[in-house]
Design a protein around this ligand. Structure first.
Ligand code: GTP
Ligand code: ZN
Length: 373
């Protein structure tokens, strides 16, 4: 096999192609008048950009020199031309800034290459229902691995707590240092839960306190939300960003209004509170929705790199034999000694749980756990 995605060089920053032997005949303009913007949406070669200096939302396409370069949501770009955001205008993206983080989705039937779906995000929010549909730990594990490998941290958002208890899942993920937050439907007895303006009568209202807890954890960061169909991701996004208008309740419930049909990622400005309209008030972070992203590419994930997300394990593993897989069946793995050498029983139990959870993550890379769960 060739190097992962080697033919999709667009995923590797915007450096010139090694194969490119064609001499450059023209000097490119330096575009000193370019303004910096963030890509918030991508739709068939048209990029929606937010220009932070002016607060303008504008459309652009890629300049010719970037045709082979992939531009994704979250990219910071330089754009020239008309960036007024007025009807019918189209700027030109001439440069892409180096990416701080990249999150890749796996190859699928339609597209054999793993591709970057979002750049520069710092947190992955794994939205999982506690019931209906039931949680799948294999899928959560894979998301955790993808996030840590991408240099992002993880928030596990457990929805539908009105239907089932979050305790078991908390027990599986808290030993890994994964932050966990729980949301639920508002109960009848709650005082006037806020219904999103324009929402259909059947749109479920979430418990406002749980939504605000999530908002608090997303504040000031760029968070990518992932989750399988039906887990309540759109319901949550609509509660956090009332202008988002994400379609909820499955694809048949077409209400018409504000319905998104796009399947690519989109960045939504997170309002500072439930009563702010994101469009005019200041925002306080980004919520990036990823419809249609079903799983993440883990083929490239190196054990050593994953270990770095766990300082204590990483340090202990320095004593491992060369080439140790750190799996449960690895002979003389120093991680087992690390558990044994605990100063007291309580520490030993905590370390054992952490190691077991870490090994579960390692195993999830193979994909077997993903299919079984
Ligand atoms: N009981 C309960 N139901 C919820 C909760 N959150 C969402 N739901 C319901 O779960 C169903 C799926 O919610 P959506 O928000 O559409 O789920 P999604 O993850 O966006 O899934 P798709 O729309 O298929 O992409 C809807 O009928 C919601 O009303 C919750 O906290 N409790
Ligand atoms: Zn080891």
């Amino acid at each position: 096999m060739t190097r992962r995605g080697a033919q999709d060089e667009s995923d590797f920053r915007s450096r010139p192609s090694k194969r490119g032997s064609r001499p450059r005949t023209k000097r490119r303009p330096s575009h000193e008048d370019a303004v910096t913007a963030m890509v918030t949406g991508v739709d068939r070669g048209r990029y929606t950009l937010l220009v932070p200096d002016s607060g303008t939302v504008t459309l652009a396409m890629k300049a010719r020199e970037l045709v082979r370069t992939r531009v994704v949501v979250g990219d910071r770009v330089d754009v020239v031309g008309d960036v007024t955001g007025e009807e019918g205008t189209l700027g030109r993206i001439v440069r892409i800034a180096e990416r701080g983080s990249v999150l890749r989705r796996t190859a699928d039937d339609d597209d054999p290459y793993e591709r970057i779906v979002v750049a520069n995000a710092d947190r992955l929010v794994i939205v999982t229902a506690l019931a209906d549909p039931p949680p799948r730990t294999g899928m959560i594990d894979r998301c955790v691995v993808a996030a840590y490998d991408a240099g992002m941290d993880v928030l596990l958002c457990l929805t539908k707590a009105d239907l089932a208890s979050p305790d078991e899942l908390r027990g599986l993920y808290e030993p890994l240092g994964v932050e966990v937050v729980v949301t639920r439907a508002a109960r009848d007895g709650d005082v006037a839960p806020v219904r999103r303006e324009g929402a259909g009568e059947d749109e479920l209202v979430l418990d406002p306190a749980s939504v605000e807890e999530v908002r608090g954890l997303l504040r000031g960061r760029a968070s990518v939300l992932v989750g399988h169909s039906g887990v309540g991701k759109s319901t949550l996004i609509n509660a956090l960003v009332p202008t988002a208008g994400r379609a909820t309740g499955g694809v048949n419930d077409v209400t018409g209004r504000g319905r998104h049909t796009s399947t690519s990622a989109v960045a939504l400005a997170l309002p500072t509170g439930p009563d702010d309209a994101a469009e005019d008030a200041g925002h306080d972070g980004w919520v990036i929705d990823t419809p249609g992203v079903r799983s993440f590419g883990l083929a490239h994930v190196k054990v050593a790199h994953l270990l770095q997300a766990f300082d204590d394990l990483d340090e202990a593993a320095a004593e491992c034999p060369r080439g140790c897989t750190h799996q449960a069946d690895a002979p003389d793995c120093a991680l087992d000694e690390w558990v044994e050498a605990s100063p007291d029983d309580e520490t030993r139990a905590a370390r054992a749980l952490r190691l077991a959870s870490f090994r579960r993550l390692l195993a999830s890379r193979t994909g077997a756990a993903f299919r079984e769960n």
